[in-house]
Design a protein around this ligand. Sequence first.
Ligand code: HEM
Length: 485
Amino acid sequence: MTFPVLPRSGGVTQRWETHTASRSTESSSIRADRMTGPVAYMRVLGRDVVVLNTAKAAIDLFEKRSAIYSTRPRFVMLNEVARFDWVMAFMPYGHWLRLHRRALHKHLNESAAKIWWSAQHDLNAQFLKRLLDTPGDWWDLTHWLAGATIMRIAFGIDVVQKKDPWIELGIDVAEAASQAGRFGAFAVDLFPLLKHVPAWFPGAKFKRDALEWQRIHLRARNLPFQRITEDIATGKAVPCIATAMLEEETRDTSLPEEVVKNALGVMYIAGADTALAVMRVFFFAMVKHPSAQKAAQAEIDRVLLNDSLPSYRDRARLPLVEALYRETLRMYPVTPLNAHCVTEDDDYGGMLIPKGSTVIANTWGILHNEETYAEPEVFKPERFLTQGMLDPDVFDPRDAVFGYGRRVCPGKHVADAELWLLVATMLACFNISPTLDDNGDPMIPSSTMSSGLVSSVSHFPCNIELRTESKRAAIMEKVPDPIRA
Ligand code: HEM
């Protein structure tokens, strides 16, 4: 597909670079990974779409000009038909969104996030213990860890079983959001008037699907909330973000119950699926890049004595582990495209970006940009180091993966802590390697990541083996309370 000339700016007509975009076979979302040049323009389904392919362009617009780049595009199917409009991530920018962001920020900002470290340590230890017993279950166990972490932090709920109803509900709601969020898959996104068609009307399957999705996401918002209010009433509630917010709500009239309910519900929706995707791409990266795995393990063995397991206080002492974690986020970004919308006509480098354009940070492209990262297709954690220390001049992929400016992910610090701990303790305790086929050859999984709101790898087999018996003792020593099968 070729793209047209964009409108004028300052009397000068400039031809925007034209590019080809490919449509992924797996979903209808656009893969922008084949676009080059710092800024690209295209017209998609009647919309002006501007794609930012460099960190500089994303920061220039989403951060430095955040006053006009912080709203979201109109999502007719997602927000107006399937009614995901209570979900912060899909809300337009404004007072209502700011109330929600403020409510979450108070409990998830960099310093507040440390309160959850001990819960994260416990859950991580339970995960390692379970992996020790059933390494073949790693795929489901990552699901448990991601879901259990959010349920514990947000609602004080202990998810003990692997196939817990809370985890199942989380799966259903993530699937519903990703179905409804397939922009271009629904005629109603092109012709919004179709939203008035009744559900029984022939051809209105989208309305019937939307009703089903709505039923699922409203359960995800209401059930955990109902449970925590009951726990508070019966004195069983464990301190968590919900108890703190509900206490604030009774004191602070500027925090209405609806905001509390929405903000807690969104953690469940936005927090588990994304972290889960990173956990799985980490296993994937380790299967594909064994020498990077060995080098990081050697660092852990050198720095941590007596076989102790890494904890947050060791983070700064393990620069190569940090670099491997960042390289995983860079090489396999789970949030490859990030859509904002501009509320005024704007001029960027002599190009007019028309008011109402969907402006997409092409996170995948930003993190595979040769000018930022030499040999971007090579998995090379050392790119983040200089003289054995983290190099502050190398762009940190977290600054792209977690989004930008006034819409930056509020769960960034909690997720970062959870993921780093998983990476560090997995490297310390286990070898992750490909399984062998009948001929004894390693089965390397394909590099294709799914497209959609959150991008991940498909299920693949791998071997997970304890590195040394002494690690078994170290894991057992930490396990607070084994989870049940
Ligand atoms: C690896 C894990 C995660 C990744 C990669 C991730 C990534 C993102 C990204 C890219 C955005 C959009 C930012 C933008 O528009 O510029 C976002 C928004 C959001 N994230 Fe996360 N996130 C993660 C975990 C979490 C967690 C754990 C929570 C909650 C505790 C959370 C809550 C949210 C919310 C509420 C929004 C919407 C913010 C808004 O639109 O104003 N996320 N996240």
